[in-house]
Design a protein around this ligand. Structure first.
Ligand SMILES: *Cc1c(COP(=O)(O)O)cnc(C)c1O
Length: 373
């Protein structure tokens, strides 16, 4: 059988993402009894209390029946929260599904999308395995470069993806920067603002993409229950746009992709998030302050801004650093895959874990420097 005859060229040339192996196998390999996860920006405080209750009380009877095919109750809850008509929300299997659906809905071969070169890689990956060109604009001072993006727009540009705040650098556009950009882009292509970490941001100048849709109907917002709401394992995200845009994206979304427990837990999380968000922000702020100081004392450069993560420049290859830290039970993200060779990204967590991480990092850095001298 010659599979090559069947496979489109853009799939043949695409290399599949390799997820990390289950923790129990990694623990065995690295000889540790526990792994602290600092690699995926999860919120280890756990979900808001109301969502915890819904998950704990989940009845097996509910698993028998198909979920609401359009996440009706969850959209109703979103509608009440944001004062936006429920038909302008599309709930998805994590916001990764939203990325896939919007590219499928609007792009065909020969079209292109534009984003940054060092950002969340899923925009680029989905485009490429769909036969759509991904134009990657270099970051400028670790941030999205508005003029750089504008310069790459042509007649086949369909969507521009802005990750705000950016994963992994934490940089963000203020409301004014985003509005200036939208005015220059014009109405004829979509601007997706990926707000996966917006609930972490406290700066009043930070834009809310949902508020800009009246004036700029080509704006689409992506949000997720995976990060602040700590429901990454259940997979729920949502996209908000004008009714017309959402109607089109819905055509390429698979009905029933959002399971019943995810819908229920997300709805509960939304109803009980005030204290949860405050507590999480406090934790992240404290962790950031602490870890930045540790790195400064070690003479290590850091890059961060908003979001529950910090990038650290390490004096050796980042994959080697990952392995060394794994042997100490610390799982960080090595950043070569994000086109940041020599950097790691660390999730900001409870102080006890941050202190253990700081200890591990300090010992590794000392060892590395001693060997070199
Ligand atoms: C984690 C993340 C997402 C989405 O995650 P889902 O779990 O698929 O909702 C989207 N964008 C960015 C920038 C992220 O970091």
């Amino acid at each position: 059988m010659n599979l090559d005859l069947l496979i489109p060229e853009y799939v043949r040339n695409f290399e599949a993402y390799t997820p990390s192996r289950p923790d129990h196998l990694l623990q065995e390999e690295y000889g540790v009894s526990h792994l602290h996860r600092l690699n995926n920006n999860e919120n280890t405080l756990g979900p808001p209390a109301a969502a915890v209750r819904v998950i704990a009380d989940f009845s097996p009877d509910l698993a028998v029946v198909y979920p609401s095919g359009d996440s009706y109750d969850l959209r109703e809850a979103l509608s009440r929260r944001f004062d936006i008509c429920r038909d302008r929300f599309l709930v998805t299997n994590g916001s990764c599904e939203a990325i896939t659906s919007i590219i499928k809905a609007f792009c065909q071969q020969g079209d292109n999308i534009i984003t940054a070169d060092k950002t969340f890689a899923v925009y680029e990956w989905v485009a490429e395995f769909s036969g759509v060109e991904a134009r990657l604009v270099p970051l400028r001072d670790y941030a999205y470069d508005p003029q750089g993006l504008l310069d790459r727009i042509d007649a086949r540009t369909k969507i521009i993806f802005i990750c705000n705040p950016n994963n992994p650098t934490g940089s963000y556009w203020t409301k004014q920067v985003l509005i200036d950009f939208l005015e220059k882009v014009g109405e004829n292509r979509l601007v997706v603002v990926d707000e996966a970490y917006c609930e972490y941001v406290e700066d009043p100048e930070f834009p809310d993409a949902m508020e800009l849709m009246e004036r700029f109907p080509n704006v689409v917002s992506f949000r997720t229950f995976s990060k602040m709401y700590a429901l990454a394992g259940l997979r729920a995200g949502y996209l908000t746009g004008t009714r017309d845009v959402v109607d089109v994206v819905r055509r390429t979304s698979v009905t029933y992709s959002v399971n019943v427990q995810a819908q229920m837990a997300a709805k509960a999380a939304l109803s009980d998030d005030r204290e949860h968000i405050a507590a999480t922000r406090t934790m992240v702020k404290q962790a950031r302050l602490f870890l930045c100081k540790v790195c400064t004392d070690l003479g290590l450069e850091t890059v961060g801004g908003e979001g529950n993560y910090l990038m650290i420049k390490v004096p050796i290859n980042d994959l080697l650093m990952y392995r060394r830290l794994m042997k100490r039970g610390m799982m960080v993200r090595s950043m070569t895959g994000f086109r940041f060779p020599g950097w790691i990204r660390v999730t900001l967590r409870e102080m006890a874990v941050m202190e253990s991480f700081a200890e591990a990092l300090t010992e590794e850095i000392r060892e590395i420097r001693n060997v070199r001298v």
